[in-house]
Structures are given as C-alpha cells and as structure tokens.
Design a binder for this molecule. Structure first.
Ligand SMILES: [Cu+2]
Length: 89
C-alpha cells in the first residue's frame, strides 16, 4: 500500500479557498489628475479591510484593485473612491 505523504489536504484546501476568494478588477475612474489624487485613491481603498492591493494608472484613468470578495464588495470599493471626489465610470 502506498501513501501519498506530500499531499497535505489541509494545505491544499486553504490555498484553494484563497484562490477562489481573490478577485482582480480594473475600474475606470475620472477626475484623477496628479500625485495627490493617486495618494487619495490608493490610500483610502488600501485601508479597506479585504483589499489586497490597489494601483492607480493616472495617464489611463484606471485603478487596478485586488481584493477578497468574501471581505469587501466591489460596490464598497467604488463608494470609497466616490467619497474621495472621483467618478467611477
Ligand atoms: Cu490631484
């Protein structure tokens, strides 16, 4: 009888759960024009629980967000950007 000793089901299950929960999206955001805007958006969104990373592309009016969909919703992220005074298209 052979044992598959390296296949730890607990570890695999955890990895699978994390992979499923992590979402990546790119938002179109109007009104960002300088480094202050970048800091305002990245700072406020980055402070949300469940947001893994946020990156503003100023010249493209785009914001890349990686987040855990189990902890934060896309609507909450959009609302946070809106609260900073920018328009999510
Ligand atoms: Cu600015």
């Amino acid at each position: 009888m052979s044992m598959n000793c390296c296949d730890n089901p607990a570890v695999n299950k955890k990895q699978r759960r994390e992979a499923i929960g992590m979402e990546q999206t790119t938002l179109n955001v109007q009104g960002m024009s300088c480094g202050h805007c970048v800091k305002a958006v990245e700072g406020s969104v980055g402070e949300l629980g469940g947001v893994h990373s946020v990156k503003v592309h100023l010249e493209d009016n785009k914001v890349d967000v990686k987040y855990d969909a189990a902890k934060v919703t896309l609507d909450q992220i959009k609302e946070t950007i809106d609260d900073q005074g920018y328009d999510v298209v």
